[in-house]
Write a new protein. Structure first.
Length: 448
């Protein structure tokens, strides 16, 4: 049974039509002689396409039979974790995250829930056709023995404890579990993914089997049913919970750039929550090693999102290669986002320096002005503030470059889940948020 054969229905959204040329000419002719010159057209959405409802159990069991016993009424979602061109016009590779999850407070403490614990993250090929997103193919991400990796946390004491949908029953940790985010496809047909748990970089075969998971030195992950290599800087062990690697880009020569979603918790969580400095890492797929590390500085949170005053809400969710050593970087909160262009400069490489030593005080994350302290922070230039563009959904996590003038953006709809005890009804069925997985095409008049 193919994944696209189980679509329950297509949800359609109107596509805005352009003004006919003759009408535009008539409007100009009707203007007064003293009229002000026309403004340069701003960035705007040219197409909106939506994924129809696909029951999560049917989708997952078509890939790996028996993985999902009860999907609790949840539909396929989370595809917005990333998007990468698949070669043909309108076709893209996407990746789900770890699956439906939420938080419920029990006795004053938040518990992380996994309503569909058997869900297996998947690489999903889609096509944008008119105002509809269609699933063309899907690859389950599997262990060396062909079993589901699952999206469950790896290590007790390092990751959040997993619970059932109602937060009443503790679930088991899974050393194979991956919270997949970024995705790119290599020239040989294999895939590279990033993961938030390790944080880790994961090499996956063309059919979805994990070939190698690269993790920070000292992680000591045991029991995984695939090769685990400790080769990333040990300082990454201080990643904030649920804020590991999220963005991934593939440079023209094949090198990868991984973006740490949020500042490290160095020396503690309070310092990380208050920091504006996160890190990008360059990984050589030939050497199988990190070759460079860069300091990236967020704009103040109220600049990225005028309605937000909590600096810890800042995240990098997507990085896109633009040619050479140039990257498009998305800074966001859950409600707003801005796209910046940076250039990776070898003079900005801080790999192996004092700020990779977690005993350094003050840490990189604690510096109010890293540049003034001699840290070569990457220069950046604003391309577009998505919060000013009508029709862009919230929580954009995936961005692909379509051409010089156009970007494809996809949101993470969290599988229609919300936090709190009201996420499920009395029968344990999802009370859907109504947020759909949506791909929008964004036109940039000045290009990029």
């Amino acid at each position: 049974m193919s994944p696209h054969a189980i679509v329950r229905r297509s949800v359609r959204r109107p596509v805005a039509a352009g003004v006919p040329l003759a009408v535009a000419v008539a409007l100009v002719a009707a203007g007064t002689a003293g009229a002000a010159p026309a403004k340069v057209q701003a960035a705007h959405v040219t197409r909106t396409a939506t994924l129809g409802d696909i029951p999560l159990g049917a989708f997952s069991n078509a890939l790996l039979p028996g993985t999902v016993a009860d999907d609790r009424g949840v539909d396929l979602g989370g595809l917005g974790s990333d998007i990468y061109p698949a070669g043909r016009k309108g076709e893209y590779w996407t990746v789900t995250d770890r699956g439906p999850n939420g938080q419920i407070k029990v006795s004053g403490t938040k518990r992380r829930t996994f309503p569909v614990p058997g869900f297996d993250p998947a690489i999903v090929k889609i096509r944008v056709s008119g105002n509809t997103v269609k699933v063309l193919d899907a690859l389950p991400i599997t262990t060396s023995s062909g079993k589901a990796v699952t999206g469950l946390p790896n290590q007790q004491g390092r990751d959040e404890a997993p619970y059932s949908y109602d937060a009443q029953t503790a679930l088991s940790y899974d050393p194979n579990g991956l919270d997949t985010e970024g995705v790119v496809r290599a020239a040989d047909g294999s895939f590279w993914l990033v993961d938030e748990y390790g944080p880790s970089l994961v090499h996956v075969s063309a059919r979805g089997k994990v070939l190698t998971r690269y993790v920070p030195k000292g992680l000591r992950l045991t029991g995984a049913d695939y090769p685990v290599v400790e080769s990333l800087p040990a300082v990454l062990l201080h990643r904030k919970i649920n804020r590991g690697f999220e963005g991934l880009a593939q440079l023209p020569g094949g090198d990868l750039v991984m973006a740490l979603q949020s500042p490290l918790s160095l020396p503690d969580g309070d310092a990380g929550d208050a920091s504006l400095t996160t890190r990008l890492l360059r990984f050589s797929t030939k050497k199988r090693a990190v070759t460079a590390e860069y300091a990236y500085r967020f704009d103040p949170v109220n600049v990225v999102d005028p309605g937000e005053d909590d600096t810890s809400e800042l995240k990098i969710s997507s990085v896109v290669a633009l040619g050479g050593d140039r990257l498009l970087v998305e800074e966001r909160t859950d409600k707003a986002a801005r796209l910046q262009v940076v250039k990776l400069d070898r003079r900005s490489n801080i790999l192996g320096g004092r700020y990779d030593d977690d005993a350094t005080s003050p840490s990189l994350e604690q510096l109010d002005d890293p540049a003034a302290s001699g840290v070569p922070v990457l220069a950046k230039k604003l391309v577009v503030d998505l919060g000013t563009v009508s029709g862009v959904p919230q929580k954009i996590e995936g961005i692909a470059r379509v051409d010089h003038d156009t970007l494809a953006l996809v949101n993470d709809n969290d599988f229609g889940m919300t936090d709190g005890a009201g996420a499920f009804d009395a029968q344990g069925r999802l009370v859907d948020s109504g947020i759909e997985t949506t791909v929008v095409y964004l036109r940039l008049p000045r290009g990029i």
